[in-house]
Design a protein around this ligand. Structure first.
Ligand code: NAI
Length: 344
């Protein structure tokens, strides 16, 4: 049995990993703390660590993991913007779960939009209190509206299909457009100026950091809705708050937030929140925030456990690592992985 350890464990993660671990001949020790420079020492005695988007995998943490004999970081998520690949290169292999359920995320984005537009979150509270009035609950038809989709990868394309099902007009922006698709691609300026609703489905990179800022928001239609189920730092939150207050932005559905690491996934209901921008954004009636839960379906959790354990098994069996990411290939540069080998 190979031994791995698991950071930032939540009951819903453990349930699915426990169901599958025997099949992969892997023993798992579950730790509650997040991985970071102060907790990395706990990995001593294990062969691999399983980490998540909310863990800190900076240079210092990676150095401590290496000193403690860790050879593999298995990310149980798709995004990897929290990993210092330069620090890990040639030392620790990094694998991830490139796709676990794009449907889960795309469906959550639509659920948020429907909730905010039709004010279901307000109606639910009213009727529980036997308040059956409709004042203030007016929404708009999605049918016939223009949806602007930024990023047409796995999730973006499913979201486009969902929007088409609602009879919306869909326009999209992606620097790497999908060939032979029926997607109507436009440039980012045109998307911003024509869309009634904009949904973000691109990764966080140095090019996309704060791509939604006061300038881009000024170029949007007044009252536009913005949906973000990708990564918080795609949006400059302070600029978003200003634009919401000025009513330039008519509504925001946020499953992610740029400073979410210390807050999301935890019960903070008895804590004084020091992030005034988040607190103010959450207080607005035309904003819905969920706590990075778009992925949270049974199917996605099963697929995450299965792929993560397969990634670890492949590593232990000296097989090529199909889902490896490294300093070179994460930047789109040439890497031995292209020839079916490990990145290094
Ligand atoms: P993907 O890799 O299949 O697609 C990403 C698309 O974005 C690609 O088509 C790429 O060409 C495009 N892109 C790259 N740079 C861009 C730019 N500057 N502007 C516009 N588009 C750009 O990724 P997938 O699976 O569709 O996931 C999208 C994002 O969703 C992930 O990067 C991740 O941040 C987020 N995500 C969020 C989850 C949640 O629970 N909220 C769960 C899973 C993913």
């Amino acid at each position: 049995m190979n031994k791995i350890c698991f950071f930032d464990t939540k009951p819903y993660d453990k349930l699915f990993f426990e169901q599958l671990k025997e099949q992969y001949e892997i023993e798992i020790e579950y730790f509650e703390p997040k991985l970071g420079p102060k907790t990395a020492f706990m990995a001593k005695g294990y062969e691999a660590v399983v980490a998540f988007v909310s863990d800190t995998l900076d240079e210092e943490t990676i150095h401590i993991l290496e000193e403690n004999g860790i050879k593999l970081i298995a990310m149980r998520c798709a995004g990897y913007n929290n990993v210092d690949f330069k620090a890990a290169y040639q030392k620790i292999h990094v694998v991830r779960v490139p796709a676990y359920s794009p449907y889960a995320v795309a469906e959550h984005a639509m659920a948020l939009l429907l909730t905010l537009n039709r004010k279901i979150h307000k109606a639910y509270i009213r009727t529980r209190d036997f308040n059956f009035s409709l004042n203030g609950l007016t929404g708009f038809d999605l049918h016939g509206k223009t949806m602007g989709v930024i990023g047409t990868g796995k999730i973006g394309r499913i979201f486009i299909d969902i929007c088409n099902g609602f009879g919306m007009k869909v326009i999209a922006y992606d620097p790497f457009p999908m060939k032979d698709s029926n997607i109507q691609y436009v440039d980012l300026d045109q998307l911003c100026s024509e869309a009634d609703i904009i949904s973000l489905h691109c990764p966080l990179t140095k090019d996309t950091f704060h791509m939604i800022n006061k300038d881009t928001m000024k170029s949007m239609k007044k009252g536009v809705f913005i949906l973000n189920t990708s990564r918080g730092a795609l949006i400059n939150s302070e600029d978003l708050l200003e634009a919401l207050k000025e009513e330039q932005i008519g509504g925001a559905c946020l499953d992610v937030y740029e400073e979410e690491t210390e807050l999301f996934y935890e019960d903070m209901s008895y804590t004084i929140i020091h992030d005034d921008v988040l607190a103010r954004i959450i207080s607005l009636p035309n904003v819905i925030v969920t706590s990075h839960q778009a992925f949270l379906t049974k199917e996605a959790l099963h697929n995450i456990a299965e792929t993560t354990l397969q990634n670890c098994r492949d590593f232990f069996d000296d097989n090529p690592l199909q889902n490896e990411v490294c300093y070179q290939c994460s930047k789109g540069e040439a890497c031995p992985k292209e020839n079916g080998k490990r990145c290094f």
